[in-house]
Design a protein around this ligand. Structure first.
Ligand code: PSV
Ligand code: MN
Length: 395
C-alpha cells in the first residue's frame, strides 16, 4: 500500500464509543466520582462529540437501555446529528431486573422470558427512531450449580427467543450476539463461547452475527483465530474492544494486548481485500465498538487513548507487506513470514499518523489538545461532581 492508500484506509476507520464509558462507574467495591463526568445521555453525546472532534474517527455512540432512555429518541438522534454524532448500537439491559435472577430469555419462567423479549422488541423500536443498524445483545443468563437447571431446555428457550427477535428485525438491521465464558454465572453461561454464539446465529438467520468482546475469553485464547473463522463464515458482526489482565477487566484496549489487537486488525485488513465476496462484505460491515467503563482513569482521556490505540493498531496492520507474507507462507518460510508480520507491528506509526492528522486538519497531538482544552475545564466547572454509588454513606 502506498501512502495515499493508507491515508484513505485511515480516513475510513470508525470506532464507536459507549455511553456507559462517560458516566461515573466503578467496581463492586467503590465508585469514585470523577469531576465533570457526564450525568445524562445528552452530556454523554457531548463527550462523544469531543472525542470525535479530537480524532475524526469516533462518529457514533452506543446506547444502553434503559440507562439512556429518553422520552423522544428522535430528538436525541437529531441532537447528536447537530454535533456530528450518530446513534450506534442499541444495547438492551437484560440483567438488572429482579425477575432476571434465574436468567432472561433462558429463564425457566415463561413470564420472565416474555418480559425480556418485550424489552428487546422495545429496543428494536428505538433503533427505528435513532436510525441504529445494530441491536447488541449480551445475556447474563446462566446457572451457578450443576443440576440447577436443564441445560438443553435453557438452550431451546434461548434459541426460540432469539428467533422471535431476529424475525422482528426490519431489513438492513442486525442482531449481534455476544458471548462470555463466565460471570455473573459461574457454573454455566447460556451464550458461553463463540462456537455457541455462531451456532445460534447460523440457525436463526442472516440478520444475526457474532459480537466478539475481547474481555470475554479465558487466558491465552487466540482471539484473532476466532475473528478469522467468523469472517470466513460471514458471521463476524462486531467487536467490543477493551483489554484484560484476568477477566472482563475493562482496561484500555491496546494497553495489555497491543499484539493481540494488531493481529486482529491484520485479519480484518486481509479479509477486506479477500476475493471471496462474502468475506470482503462481512469485513466491510464490522462494527468496531469500545466496551469499557473506567474506574480511576480520567474519563475522556481514557476514551481518547482507547480510540488512538485502535488507530495505531490499524495503521500497523495496513503496513504489513501482504505480497511478501503470502509468498513466505507459500514457501513454508515459518520465521520469515513471522518476521514480515512483526516488522509491521514494530513500526513506529506515530510520524505517519501525525502527517495524516495534519492532512485531515485534526489536532496533531489529541491527548495534549484534550488536556489543555476549554471543553474539559467547562464540564468540570458546570457539571461538578455527580453522585457516585458504592461507597460509605456520607454524613
Ligand atoms: C458484559 O460484560 C458487557 O460486555 C456487555 O457487552 C454489556 O452490554 C456491557 O458489558 C455493559 O454492561
Ligand atoms: Mn461487551
Amino acid at each position: 500500500m502506498d501512502q495515499s492508500e493508507i491515508f484513505a484506509a485511515l480516513q475510513s476507520q470508525k470506532i464507536e464509543t459507549p455511553s456507559w464509558g462517560y458516566g461515573n462507574s466503578g467496581t463492586r467495591f467503590k465508585t469514585f466520582a470523577a469531576p465533570g463526568a457526564a450525568r445524562t445521555i445528552w452530556e454523554k453525546v457531548d463527550d462523544a462529540a469531543e472525542i470525535h472532534r479530537l480524532t475524526g474517527i469516533a462518529p457514533s455512540i452506543a446506547l444502553h437501555i434503559p440507562w439512556d432512555k429518553v422520552s423522544d429518541f428522535g430528538e436525541l438522534a437529531s441532537y447528536g446529528r447537530d454535533k456530528g454524532i450518530s446513534i450506534g448500537a442499541i444495547n438492551p439491559n437484560l440483567f438488572q431486573r429482579d425477575e432476571y435472577k434465574l436468567g432472561s430469555i433462558a429463564s425457566p419462567d415463561s413470564a420472565t422470558r416474555e418480559t425480556a423479549i418485550a424489552h428487546i422488541l422495545e429496543c428494536v423500536a428505538i433503533m427505528d427512531q435513532t436510525g441504529s443498524r445494530d441491536l447488541s445483545l449480551w445475556f447474563a443468563d446462566g446457572t451457578n450449580y450443576a443440576g440447577q437447571d436443564d441445560l438443553r431446555r435453557r438452550k431451546r428457550n434461548f434459541r426460540t427467543a432469539l428467533t422471535t427477535i431476529h424475525d422482528a428485525l426490519p431489513a438492513g438491521k442486525r442482531l449481534l450476539l455476544e458471548y462470555k465464558f463466565f460471570e455473573p454465572s459461574f457454573y454455566y453461561t447460556d451464550s458461553f463461547d463463540w462456537g455457541c454464539a455462531l451456532s445460534h446465529c447460523s440457525a436463526i438467520g442472516p440478520k444475526a452475527q457474532v459480537l466478539v468482546d475481547l474481555g470475554h475469553h479465558p487466558q491465552s485464547t487466540n482471539i484473532e483465530a476466532i475473528v478469522a473463522f467468523l469472517l470466513d463464515e460471514g458471521k463476524l458482526g462486531g467487536f467490543h474492544f477493551n483489554a484484560r489482565r484476568y477477566a472482563d477487566d475493562d482496561l484500555i484496549v491496546g494497553s495489555t494486548n497491543p499484539y493481540e489487537l494488531f493481529c486482529i486488525y491484520h485479519e480484518l485488513v486481509s479479509a477486506q481485500s479477500a476475493e471471496d465476496r462474502l468475506v470482503a462484505e462481512t469485513a466491510a460491515n464490522v462494527a468496531y465498538m469500545i466496551d469499557q467503563s473506567h474506574n480511576i482513569e480520567p474519563k475522556l482521556e481514557a476514551m481518547l487513548q482507547s480510540v488512538l490505540n485502535c488507530q495505531e493498531a490499524f495503521a500497523r496492520a495496513l503496513l504489513v507487506d501482504r505480497n511478501a507474507l503470502t509468498e513466505a507462507q507459500r514457501n513454508g518460510d515459518v520465521l520469515g513470514a513471522h518476521r514480515i508480520l512483526n516488522s509491521a507491528f514494530h513500526t513506529d506509526v506515530r510520524p505517519l499518523l501525525k502527517t495524516f492528522r495534519e492532512q485531515q486538519g485534526l489536532p496533531v497531538d489529541p491527548i495534549a489538545e484534550l488536556k489543555c482544552s476549554e471543553y474539559v475545564e467547562t464540564i468540570v466547572r458546570t457539571r461538578g461532581v455527580a453522585d457516585a454509588s458504592g461507597g460509605y454513606p456520607t454524613e
